[in-house]
Write a protein that binds this ligand. Structure first.
Ligand code: SF4
Ligand code: SF4
Length: 217
């Protein structure tokens, strides 16, 4: 009998406690956000899609080396003397740019948003943005290219760099040849001088000749 009433008490009290909680929430402000019509302000350090400001990128490859999943692909071409990389040849901090960057791809299908690529960048040109809505129907659509160099520009810069490298190698070869020939001619001169020296009479003979000369006088 005692157990019977105890069960009734427990059932009624638990219903009352639950209804009490429901009743309290009925008078609170709703917390549901009607996304996408309503959007919350994201925290400052939120990690979302990366962006690369190519005007400041010097092609140093530090970001790609730091990436744990190899989702950054970078290709560079050396600028020849007289070539201006980008609009001014300088970054916004005044650093000289010596490399063209025809390819700077980030595969966001692989990216784990760890932000490790951001910290080593010497010009702070790769950073996280607040863009988080960039899903795609195809995996390939998540590969983002940040370089704006055209295929023609890339081919031209590549050819220039190759020609310059060939020219430099030729110059180096000629300089080495010239150095080798000057070395061999100086060795020949040294040899000739030594041979001449060995043909000359010994110093005693010279003394004798001087004595004879004196006697004759
Ligand atoms: S956030 Fe991490 S995974 Fe994504 S590109 Fe940068 S280093 Fe690679
Ligand atoms: S670390 Fe910065 S400057 Fe260097 S290649 Fe990456 S984005 Fe460009």
């Amino acid at each position: 009998m005692k157990a019977y009433f105890s069960h009734i008490y427990q059932a009624v009290s638990s219903i009352l406690i639950g209804m009490g909680i429901t009743g309290r929430h009925m008078f609170q402000k709703p917390v549901t956000i009607q996304y996408p019509e309503q959007r919350l302000q994201l925290p400052e350090r939120e990690r979302n899609r990366l962006f690369v400001d190519m005007e400041d990128c010097i092609g140093c490859d530090q970001c790609a080396k730091a990436c744990p999943v190899n989702c950054i692909e970078l290709k560079t071409i050396k600028a020849v003397p007289g070539d201006i990389v980008g609009k001014t040849g300088l970054t916004s901090q005044g650093k000289k740019k010596a490399l063209f960057v025809p390819t700077f791809t980030i595969d966001f299908a692989k990216c784990c948003y760890c932000q490790l690529c951001v910290f080593p960048c010497p010009t702070e040109c790769i950073f996280m943005t607040d863009v988080f809505e960039f899903s795609d129907f195809k995996r390939a659509g998540l590969k983002y290219e940040f370089s704006d160099m055209t295929a023609e520009q890339t081919a031209e810069k590549k050819m220039k760099a190759e020609e310059y490298a060939l020219e430099q190698a030729k110059k180096k070869e000629e300089a080495a040849k010239a150095a080798a020939s000057s070395k061999s001619s100086s060795a020949a001169e040294k040899k000739a001088a030594e041979a001449k020296k060995s043909e000359a009479p010994p110093p005693e003979d010279l003394t004798q000749t001087e004595d004879n000369k004196n006697k004759e006088v």
